[in-house]
Ligand binder design. Structure first.
Ligand SMILES: [Zn+2]
Length: 151
């Protein structure tokens, strides 16, 4: 770990830190699995991680692997870097992805491997993992089947 990583940044970008609610999410991501909190009492899938189910107030939440597939619900093209470390990414796309396992189960992530003029609301998406550090894989999204068509 470099000094910058110890301070919570890599190449000027913040490194996500797991807490007691999100530890399962980040542990799964390290293994290139997308896992979402699940309430065994009311069967709700929950994201972002919380300590109490918003559906039934259960505090015994678990993590469940999901497919990593969804559709692009909305997006924004970012033209101004919020920090200098993001300047070399410009322009880039931040998307809201609705996961296929549950209506209105949203994730916000960068959309990778996508020309900006080809992004369309409703397009099928799949999770991919951006390696930030040896201990941190960041779930991001890209158009589904991007490898299969050789793009
Ligand atoms: Zn619940």
């Amino acid at each position: 770990m470099t000094e910058s990583e110890a301070a919570g940044h890599v190449a000027g970008k913040p490194i996500p830190r797991a807490d007691e609610n999100s530890a399962g999410y980040w542990a799964a991501a390290r293994e290139h699995r997308l896992a979402i909190q699940h309430c065994p009492a009311c069967e709700l899938l929950i994201h972002t991680p919380v300590g109490t189910c918003p559906g039934c107030d259960n505090t015994d939440l678990r993590y469940q692997n999901v497919s990593g597939r969804g559709t692009l619900y909305s997006f924004a093209v970012i033209h101004d870097a919020s920090a200098p470390a993001f300047a070399n990414m410009l322009p880039y796309i931040v998307g809201v992805i609705e996961l296929e396992e549950q209506d209105r189960l949203f994730m916000i992530a960068n959309i990778l491997d996508t020309p900006i003029d080809s992004v369309k609301i409703g397009m099928p998406m799949e999770v991919t993992f951006e390696n930030l550090t040896p201990d941190c894989e960041l779930p991001q999204f890209r158009p589904a089947h991007v490898d299969a068509i050789g793009v």
